[in-house]
Design a protein around this ligand. Structure first.
Ligand SMILES: *Cc1c(COP(=O)(O)O)cnc(C)c1O
Length: 380
């Protein structure tokens, strides 16, 4: 039985588009620069394992995740490529990290000791990438303390610095002086490493917007997340590169009802039919990622026509008003995100309407929806 025969709401993931987006982004890099595909948060809601495989097929060199469990999922799925944890894990996870060959971000002495202990007991060398805080004030060793920190680790056996990285807070803000200051601090730290004979290994800093807007930040590797999914962190990168959205969200109509003028719809009756109306029910709700705050404000496509969503979005279902002249029947396909009959509904527009960013909307659709992955062109 197909997943779509168990549930009439699903996300379609175009893995071919992931490959084409990565090819576009790699085209921006100087020869030799590595490409990390960031697949944390279950691939920004797109399915981490499937996206990881498509990304590697498209020439990604490494993968990035946020948690140990995310890394284990990929290893259990057979992924053998270098796999980076982008922040430190609890020290107690160090033995597992070494055992499964996960490359860690490192920025504390406590974690360094735990990693060294685990590596020594398994007679292995654990690679780490030093995380430098150049001003975002989230995680990392402060830039001016980084060289001393590296020297202090020299006594620890079993760990080896394979790279050095930082993260920008404002890479998508053009001409931002704080971005320049972060980059200056990063360069100054690398220069200090040079003076003190510290080999930084793979140097990396760029997230998607920096990869697209600031070639001077590419160094030895870029770390792209949102862009491989065909989405953007801000309007500033839209139009600079042509990326294809990867995710569509669809549902089949489960009920069609004719309402008399004045009849209410859904919890709280926040909408009443202003005239006799046709209302269709879709089996998708806020537990699937449709924002409840978009109640009475969003639309869906049925028969290629825009239908206003009406009444409160429920946990598992929502209702739409079907415009006059559109024939609708149970089983018809409705598009919540994606294209139908030449019309398009984007994650970007939903994010703007919900006063958030593409990232959060995409992650939201990852929770409960059945995912249908269309294969990459190369493996078809
Ligand atoms: C999530 C993350 C990225 C990817 O950022 P995008 O804006 O999605 O490209 C890169 N680096 C680090 C450290 C991250 O946490």
């Amino acid at each position: 039985m197909l997943p779509r025969d168990r549930r009439w709401a699903w996300a379609e993931i175009d893995l071919g588009a992931v490959g084409r987006n990565i090819a576009t982004l790699k085209g921006l890099l100087s020869p030799g620069a590595l490409f990390m595909a960031v697949v944390k948060a279950d691939g920004y809601g797109h399915g981490a394992l499937e996206v990881a495989r498509a990304a590697l097929l498209a020439g990604a060199d490494r993968l990035g995740v946020a948690t140990v469990d995310e890394a284990l999922c990929l290893r259990e799925g057979g992924v053998t490529a270098p796999l980076h944890l982008l922040s430190e894990a609890p020290p107690a996870a160090a033995p597992l990290i070494v055992e499964r060959s996960i490359t860690v971000a490192l920025h504390s002495e406590e974690f360094a000791r735990a990693l060294a202990r685990a590596a020594a007991s398994q007679r292995r060398v654990a690679p780490f990438h030093l995380k430098i805080d150049t001003g975002m004030n989230r995680i990392g060793v402060k830039a001016e303390e980084a060289a001393d920190f590296v020297v202090s680790l020299r006594g620890l056996p079993g760990i080896a610095m394979e790279g050095v990285f930082t993260h920008f807070a404002t890479a998508d803000v053009p001409g931002d002086w704080e971005f320049d200051r972060q980059l200056d601090r990063f360069r100054a730290t690398l220069a200090e490493f040079g003076r003190r004979g510290i080999d930084p290994g793979i140097v990396h800093a760029a997230n998607s917007p920096a990869t697209i807007l600031h070639p001077e930040t590419h160094f030895g590797m870029v770390r792209c997340g949102i862009a491989i999914y065909g989405l953007h962190s801000a309007d500033t990168t839209r139009g600079v590169v042509e990326l294809e959205p990867v995710m569509s969200v669809k549902a089949s109509v489960t009920r069609v009802a004719r309402l008399a003028m004045g009849e209410g719809v859904s919890y709280g009756f926040t909408w009443h039919a202003p005239a006799p109306a046709t209302v269709a029910t879709l089996p998708i709700g806020y537990a699937d990622g449709v924002r409840r705050s978009l109640s009475n404000r969003m639309g869906v496509l049925i028969g290629g026509r825009l239908c206003r969503q009406v009444g409160r979005v429920c946990m598992d279902q929502l209702m739409v008003e079907v415009p006059r002249g559109v024939d609708v029947a149970v089983g018809d396909e409705a598009v919540i995100v994606g294209t139908q009959g030449g019309s398009a509904l984007t994650i970007e527009a939903q994010a703007a309407l919900a006063d958030t960013i593409d990232y959060e909307i995409a992650c939201g659709y990852g929770s409960r929806l059945v995912r249908v992955h269309h294969p990459s062109a190369d493996v078809r």
